[in-house]
Design a protein. Structure first.
Length: 171
């Protein structure tokens, strides 16, 4: 890997290109992460919703909302990536024209730096994807005691029909 010493005016365009290329790579990594979450049916922390109601219907709607949040994030990331790629292309042409034949060497150096950084990011994302299902596993509920609604503290014996009626509640 070749390192260069440049003055600020020379390095401006190169740094802009490097920063844009890094943003594109990180955006691609985020797209990969969200797609893996959808594929593995994992909900990342940013898409978690707390639903106070525990009914099956509300849990089903909450799950659909979580999935929609991930899909919305994917749409946003694809638009962002497209915009960044256009800007990166413009900068690439500008810097290639400015640096001529030296641009190939500079470009390779930039890509090597970014690729080593992105390898670490992808590895940490894969580890995270492996950890998330373990955190989201349904924990078995402990046995809870369900007490009867009506406790007969009198000496009167109620029939089964009367107890059934009383257990229905005040209405």
């Amino acid at each position: 890997m070749t390192s260069f010493r440049l003055i600020a005016s020379q390095a401006k365009a190169i740094n802009q290109f490097k920063n844009l290329r890094t943003k594109v790579a990180k955006c691609s990594a985020n797209i990969y992460f969200n797609q893996q979450c959808l594929h593995n049916k994992i909900i990342p922390k940013y898409a978690q919703l707390k639903v106070p109601n525990t009914s099956p219907a509300s849990q089903s709607i909450a799950q659909k909302a979580r999935i929609m949040r991930i899909k919305g994030e994917l749409k946003f990331l694809h638009k962002k990536q497209e915009m960044l790629n256009r800007e990166l292309y413009r900068h690439h042409l500008q810097v290639a024209q400015e640096w001529g034949r030296w641009w190939v060497v500079i470009h390779v150096s930039i890509l090597q730096k970014i690729n080593t950084e992105m390898e670490r990011k992808y590895k940490s994302m894969d580890d995270k994807i492996k950890r998330l299902p373990q955190n989201q596993a349904q924990k078995p509920k402990t046995d809870t005691n369900i007490y009867p609604r009506v406790v007969n503290n009198t000496s009167i014996k109620f029939s089964d029909e009367e107890m059934e009626l009383l257990n229905k509640g005040l209405k």
